[in-house]
Design a protein around this ligand. Structure first.
Ligand code: ADP
Length: 194
């Protein structure tokens, strides 16, 4: 299963991906996690990305594509993947299309988690208080939501035009949301044990 999870910051993509990867038996590829790891390790990519990430802006498409290309060439993605955090603009959506066509691994589905802005602001505030991620600061979150609306929302239309988009209500208990995603993927019969 090759799946993209879309949705605004704090919509629960990472949480749902962590659950789904167990039942789907595929790795969770989070570009945000990969970038944070690069920052923590002080790699050249991390050094370039840090200030941009802290400000809640998008890291350059070139950096992301190189990172993703490298990740998708690894062995553990041969049965699929859950991609979280990419694509975040139309240029990235196009680049992903080309990359997956080149490696002969087209997407099976794109699931968008829908959560209203006020709920996002409330959730990210709680995460900020717990984890102190600079980009979860309420001022930065407002900018991230604006970037999402301007740059990332069109990506959902891009996949909808290709008949790949499923929209899932991301408000509710974690289990409920997971069940909705499973339903969207026609995998209701799959249990947490496989
Ligand atoms: P969230 O899911 O809360 O929006 P992420 O962990 O996915 O946050 O991403 C954190 C930050 O990493 C983004 O605000 C951005 O700076 C950078 N980033 C992650 N993925 C991408 C991407 N595809 N393109 C550009 N920047 C990205």
């Amino acid at each position: 299963m090759r799946l993209v999870l879309l949705g605004p910051p704090g919509s629960g993509k990472g949480t749902q991906a962590a659950r789904l990867k167990v039942e789907l038996g595929v790795p969770h590829i989070s570009t945000g996690d990969m970038l944070r790891a690069a920052v923590a390790a002080g790699t050249p990519t991390g050094l370039k990305a840090k200030a941009v990430m802290d400000a809640g802006k998008l890291v350059s498409d070139d950096i992301l594509l190189a990172m993703l290309e490298e990740r998708l060439s690894q062995d553990d993605v041969k049965n699929g993947f859950i991609l979280d955090g990419y694509p975040r603009n139309l240029a990235q959506a196009d680049a992903l299309d080309h990359l997956l066509a080149k490696i002969g691994q087209p997407l099976d589905a794109v699931v968008k988690l829908e959560v209203p802005s006020q709920a996002i602001i409330d959730r990210v505030k709680i995460r900020f208080e717990a984890e102190h991620r600079k980009d979860d600061n309420p001022d930065v979150v407002r900018d991230r939501l604006q970037i999402y609306a301007q740059e990332t929302a069109p990506v959902a239309d891009f996949f909808a035009r290709r008949g790949k988009l499923q929209v899932v209500d991301g408000v509710g208990q974690l289990d409920e949301v997971t069940a909705r995603v499973r339903h969207a993927l026609n995998r209701e019969s799959v249990t947490a044990n496989g």
